[in-house]
Write a protein that binds this ligand. Structure first.
Ligand SMILES: Nc1nc2c(ncn2[C@@H]2O[C@H](COP(=O)(O)OP(=O)(O)OP(=O)(O)O)[C@@H](O)[C@H]2O)c(=O)[nH]1
Ligand SMILES: [Mg+2]
Length: 328
């Protein structure tokens, strides 16, 4: 086959299963595309690859801007590949203002990991609905699993809803926090603390070490006040320094214990089953909405109704009924 016909044929399931990185990258591009023919090809591929997915440990990771996420992933990813693991890093960034820039920044901050043959770094393009971003990230995760990556790290910037979307894709959620403690703790939404299975205090080195220890105690205290997310796991706080490569083994050990506890209790299976049915209904909702707004005049009617609702002239429920029951 010439290169050109190979390109036309697109990535094959066999290539991806064999761990061919180019095929993996191209399959993810297909899954991200908005073109219906690309989507159809991606869906065929995913259907074929589905039996080879699900074996990775799926870890979500978030934290406020500048907390050290990229540096942590660079060190931790390198630690894992050093242990013979294959690590995929997916970055979710739904805020369009930060797209591109942060991704380019990350590629340079994750320079070593980006060159590691046992690591694969891929940003998920922002834009569209959060449900759409989550769908593309799930597809990318499944493709990485089929290609043999056995740890998937999904990073998101700690600014709100995206953490929830990432927690809905993963087995475990790591919240990265800085050595600031108290003050920073105030800024972290309670709902996000509730998602955390592990609180990773970053930059616990040099002059920052005493502050990092205090921060760890603060977060430990805060976790005590939160209702446990799981019956089989109690959230832990771990001090790390990505720069000094410290605390990485402890984080990996905690991830392993968490994974065993959830697997043995059956909680992991039910967690993933629940995530899948939720993703199914999200796709149904988005599909219905897309179909509705594709119908002639529906968009303009929706815009008029929305304006009336905003102006207090109509209740939201009545407006929705007018849109759904409009004469065609
Ligand atoms: N002392 C110390 N500084 C660190 C450590 N990890 C990261 N930093 C510094 O913290 C700053 C932010 O690190 P990043 O890894 O870019 O943080 P981030 O969370 O990815 O930032 P955004 O992507 O902008 O949200 C950089 O100046 C790093 O050098 C660490 O382990 N120790
Ligand atoms: Mg970063």
């Amino acid at each position: 086959m010439t290169n050109e016909t190979a390109a036309k044929a697109g990535p094959s399931a066999g290539d991806i299963l064999a761990g061919n990185r180019r095929a993996l990258a191209r399959a993810i591009t297909l899954a991200e595309s908005s073109r219906p023919d690309h989507r159809a090809r991606a869906e065929t591929l995913l259907a074929e690859l589905l039996p080879a997915t699900g074996k990775a440990i799926r870890v979500g990771l978030s934290g406020p801007p500048g907390v050290g996420k990229s540096t942590f992933i660079e060190s931790f990813g390198g630690y894992l590949t050093g242990k013979g693991r294959k690590v995929a890093v997916l970055a979710v960034d739904p805020s369009s203002a930060r797209s591109g820039g942060s991704i380019l920044g990350d590629k340079t901050r994750m320079e070593t990991l980006a060159r590691d043959p046992n690591a694969f770094i891929r940003p998920t393009p922002s834009g569209g609905t959060l449900g759409g971003v989550a769908r593309r990230t799930r597809d990318a995760m499944l493709l990485c699993e089929a290609a043999g990556f056995d740890v998937v790290l999904i990073e998101t910037v700690g600014v709100g809803q995206s953490e929830v979307a990432v927690a809905d894709l993963t087995d475990m959620f790591l919240l990265l926090v800085g050595p600031g403690g108290g003050d920073e703790l105030q800024g972290i939404k309670r709902g996000i603390m509730e998602l955390a299975d592990l609180v990773v205090v970053t930059k616990a080195d040099g002059d920052l070490l005493p502050a990092a220890r205090l921060a760890a105690a603060d977060y430990g205290g805060a976790l005590h006040l939160i209702r446990p997310k799981s019956a089989h796991w109690t959230a832990e706080v771990i001090l790390t320094s990505a720069m000094a490569n410290q605390g990485l083994a402890e984080v990996w050990d905690a991830i392993g214990r968490h994974h065993r506890a959830l697997t043995d209790s059956g909680e992991l299976a039910s967690l993933r089953a629940g995530q899948l049915s939720a993703a199914f209904w999200t796709s149904v909702r988005e599909g219905l909405l897309g179909a509705l707004l594709n119908e002639p005049d529906a968009k303009s009617l929706a815009a008029r109704l929305e304006a009336d609702v905003s102006a207090g002239k109509l209740t939201p429920a009545a407006a929705a009924r007018l849109l759904l029951q409009r004469p065609s």
